[in-house]
Design a protein. Sequence first.
Length: 338
Amino acid sequence: MTDIKTTVNNISEAEIEILCEVDTETFEKERAQALERIGKEVSLPGFRKGHVPANVLEQKFGEAFILEEMANLTMEKVYPEILRKHKVSAIAQPTAQVKKLAKGNPFEFSLTFQVLPEIKLPDYTKIAKDVMSGTDDTAVTDDDVEKGLTELRRQYATKDDEGKEVLPELTDELAQKFGPFANVAEFTEKVRESLAHEKQMRAREKKRMQTMEKIADGITVTLPALLIDGELDRMMFRFRQDIERMGMKLEAYLSTIKKTEEDFRKEWRIDAEKRVKIQIALGKIAVAEKLEVPKDELDREVKFLTEQHKDIDPARAYEHLEMMLLNEKVFQFLEQTK
């Protein structure tokens, strides 16, 4: 639908209004589809569902009802066109308001969008280089290995007559219970390797977060409350899950500690804002550096996830994995700057 006039009004740096006018002839073309949509849901005496003639529907429902359905169809069709035409970075569904709706007249309406304000990133390559070039303490000491072995031995601990824990002696036989190890020495070396890998992963993750936090600190624009509230909703949802995994209801837990959800939301607000800034920065870096997730890689990951979790929504899985994989590519790009 290209026969539409639009006028953009910048209400604020985070909100825009687009006034739209669809000419009379173009708007009238939606009548047949509007009647078809209405007819699919209607059963009238003497007619099968979905087979009620247009003139009967017009007489039954009246012009105002049909015009409203035509308006809904029109707005559904022009919405993606408007996003493309004006390059709108909408962060939520727009608020629609009908301005003029009458038979034989152009259809006029407005769409008000919450949008991301113009965000300028700091020099993220310099920040990444400064952070990533730092040294990491990933050495594994004999004490680390001993503690790791003790924790593993604890899996086969017994109790003495007084109820005290008794750890089994580390023997070749015990080592073989943890995998195909020939002896204690081979098992110990594997534990050392695992601890080294774990330390390296923690150090890598720490540098990644330090980098993104410094980049986020360089974003000074005020974010729309809608984004921060959305992140707070997700944080509260995860918090509720954690509490329920411990066998408690969130309401009971809050009552025990004499706090409310709103108390937590206030405490978390600064952290939520930083999280939103980090995700925005990741997205903008991906665009600036032309980083993308190959379709075959994404399809493969979605297929694996949906096979493992049959109840997951494929569309949501696709969206989530695309973001996670793209974030990983941004992190890899930043790591290469050191």
